[in-house]
Design a binder for this molecule. Structure first.
Ligand code: PLP
Length: 258
């Protein structure tokens, strides 16, 4: 019997449903991929900002990954928010063994401005997970924090030096009438993707983009095509975003897509 296409997702749980694991599950489902959802952290948050992050114990994370990987067959993996530095070794070991395309959305700071990741986790992420990634998808602010330089072209090249095969710096958090995302890859080739900026602000846009790219890679689409299609999908989800609270809108990932 042919198995359904699966995407392994390691993400935080955002109870608003805008970001985190729910974003992954919905974005994957929208492109026809089944998500295997492993929770790395619980969060306390609303549509404006994150108040608290509580990491899942590494031993529980290890047991859940081992149970899943002994049974199921993901053809790509996506990492979003991790709970703490102690999770990195557990995750890196399993993903190295799994050997499928890995997309990392290095979530460092919430859209509301709160830091989600301490210095120790950031260092572990750079050293032990970035080298395993086919693609990392920092937004411009995260790219500057990770690379320690302001210019985005220099950020892209500095991040490539850390080992991921490609870097997509997303421009949703930059000023301007259009959103420009920059792709850096082997040979330092830069591809620029752009789209019209929507006037509202959103919670979970970055998670939606990274998860849809990862799901399309699980389906075997080549990376530039996956990015192009995921950007169109995310733009539509944002253009029809849901108002669920007093803060930012959340992407409409399932209704009226496809
Ligand atoms: N909570 C979780 C679990 C996340 O993964 C993220 C971002 O990826 C956020 C909150 C913040 O999302 P945003 O920056 O879109 O508000």
């Amino acid at each position: 019997v042919q198995r359904a296409t699966q995407l392994l997702c390691l993400s935080g749980h955002d109870p608003t449903g805008g970001a985190g694991i729910q974003a992954d599950i919905e974005a994957a489902a929208a492109v026809g991929v089944h998500a295997l959802g492993v929770i790395t952290a619980h969060t306390v948050q609303d549509t404006s900002d994150v108040e608290r992050v509580s990491a899942v114990a590494p031993i529980l994370l290890a047991a859940q990954l081992d149970a899943l990987l002994a049974d199921c067959s993901p053809s790509a993996a996506k990492i979003g928010l991790l709970g703490d530095a102690a999770q990195v070794g557990v995750v890196a070991e399993r993903l190295r063994r799994l050997g499928v395309p890995l997309i990392i959305d290095p979530v460092l700071r919430a859209g509301g401005g709160r830091n989600l990741v301490g210095a120790e986790l950031k260092a572990e992420l750079l050293q032990n997970l970035f080298p395993l990634a086919e693609l990392i998808t920092p937004n411009a602010q995260e790219a500057r924090l990770l690379a320690g330089v302001a210019d985005l072209q220099r950020c892209g090249r500095a991040l490539l030096d850390l080992g991921p095969r490609h870097v997509l710096i997303t421009g949703g958090d930059e000023p301007g009438a259009e959103v420009a995302d920059l792709l850096f890859g082997p040979g330092q080739i830069v591809q620029r993707f752009s789209s019209a900026r929507l006037p509202q602000s959103f919670h979970g846009a970055g998670c939606t983009l990274a998860a849809s790219i990862a799901a399309l890679r699980a389906l075997g689409r080549p990376l530039p095509e996956a990015i192009e299609q995921a950007r169109r999908y995310t733009h539509t989800a944002l253009a029809h975003a849901l108002v669920i609270g007093n803060g930012r809108r959340i992407p409409r990932r399932l209704v009226g897509q496809r």
